[in-house]
Design a protein around this ligand. Structure first.
Ligand code: PEP
Ligand code: MN
Length: 368
């Protein structure tokens, strides 16, 4: 079975669960943290759009570590009031990036977790202050940091007695210039072996371009990422920073659905309690739904070909082969039970494609 083949991904050291305002990283779900690159005056509306798209948590950057000093540096403390309002209205926890020890002190008690950005990964006083705050810390990988350097930076937080650390891969500097950074998907399985800390992935700062974000996000989930951090804006072109890589809430929703389908198929089911077992069942049912939807589409194509070439709609011996093939992959169920399920699936798909053919015929859009 797929999950058995992928045991090396899922059976490495027990993962630590890090919980931020009720959102669990390192469990069976793949939470998505989303929001615009920076908090802007319309942030509350943005946050509601993120919640409606299915985000589990909000990006809420009020201080921006920009490459150039003349670029927008974030709304600062003025933005914090918007973040607090968005947090109350959406009920979602917020992730805020402090750039200094003073920021950590000012934000403690008002936010749910700290993000240490790539540029700050080796700012040791900042790491220590975030550690002392007791709040969970999302530690991004420096753009030219090795895994060992990244883990050593995490130790600065852990050394303060703060065990709530999540690592975030966000792309590294390589010779390639087509993308903003090169997403190092290898970080996920390699770190899985070296640390129990959850590992999440930010595809936005790796891609640098919105249309590449979904592929990188789902690649990260396939690799076993414990969550995603994504830049999204209701009107991407109007983003005050990183507009080129901001995805729409609709795309965000599609990524979240894709992750919910992929994750339970590709990883071990290590649920800790009933609610998590149910979450796994819900995700697997979503995956089943997505597979059924795709299968129905494939059957439509087969039926169109059959009509064109004059073949009969049903080929019972081929159906028996299909059922036996599936039954051989599901030893957990009896062949008879799989037969019942698959017969219903085959009937449903053929019925749907016949309905489609009739309505196409009636509207005169059938080309053959
Ligand atoms: C960010 O996520 O807001 C950010 C600045 O990214 P990075 O630190 O990875 O460059
Ligand atoms: Mn950004």
């Amino acid at each position: 079975m797929l999950t058995d083949l992928l045991k090396p991904i899922t059976s490495s050291p027990a993962r630590r669960r890090v919980t931020i305002g009720g959102v669990v990283f390192g469990g069976p779900a793949v939470p998505v943290i989303a929001g615009p690159c920076a908090v802007e005056p319309e942030y509350v509306t943005h946050a509601l759009a993120m919640r409606d798209a299915g985000a589990s948590m909000l990006r809420a950057s009020i201080f921006k570590p920009r490459t150039r000093p003349d670029a927008f540096q974030g709304m600062g403390e003025e933005g914090l009031a918007l973040v607090e309002k968005a947090r109350t209205l959406t009920g979602k926890p917020v992730l805020v990036e402090p750039l200094s020890v003073e920021h950590v002190e000012m934000l403690t008690g008002r936010v749910d977790a700290f993000m240490i950005g790539a540029r700050s990964m080796q700012n040791t006083p900042l790491l220590r202050a975030a550690g002392r705050s007791g709040l969970p810390v999302v530690l991004k990988r420096g753009m030219a940091a090795t895994y060992d350097e990244w883990l050593a930076a995490a130790e600065y937080v852990l050394a303060e007695g703060n065990t709530q650390v999540i690592l975030c891969e966000r792309g590294i500097r390589t010779f390639e210039t087509a993308t903003r950074n090169t997403l190092d998907v290898s970080a996920v399985p390699v770190l899985r072996e070296r640390t129990p800390l959850p590992v999440i992935v930010d595809p936005s700062h790796a891609a640098g371009r919105a249309d590449w974000v979904p592929a990188l996000a789902l690649a990260a989930v396939a690799a076993g990422a414990d969550g995603l951090l994504i830049e999204s804006h209701p009107v991407p072109a109007e983003s005050w920073s990183d507009a080129a890589q901001a995805i729409t809430p609709e795309t965000l929703e599609a990524i979240i659905a894709g992750a919910a389908v992929l994750a339970p198929m590709l990883r071990g089911h290590q649920a800790a309690e009933l609610a998590e077992h149910r979450q796994i069942i819900d995700s697997l049912d979503l995956a089943l739904g997505a597979v059924l939807q795709s299968r129905a589409g494939a059957v439509d194509a087969v039926q169109r070909d059959k009509r064109r070439t004059g073949l009969t709609v049903r080929d019972r011996s081929r159906e028996q082969e299909v059922i036996a093939h599936v039954a051989s992959r599901v030893p957990r169920l009896s062949a008879e039970a799989v037969g019942r399920v698959m017969t219903a699936v085959i009937d449903g798909c053929v019925e749907a494609s016949e309905r489609l053919a009739v309505s196409a015929d009636e509207s005169g859009t059938l080309s053959d």
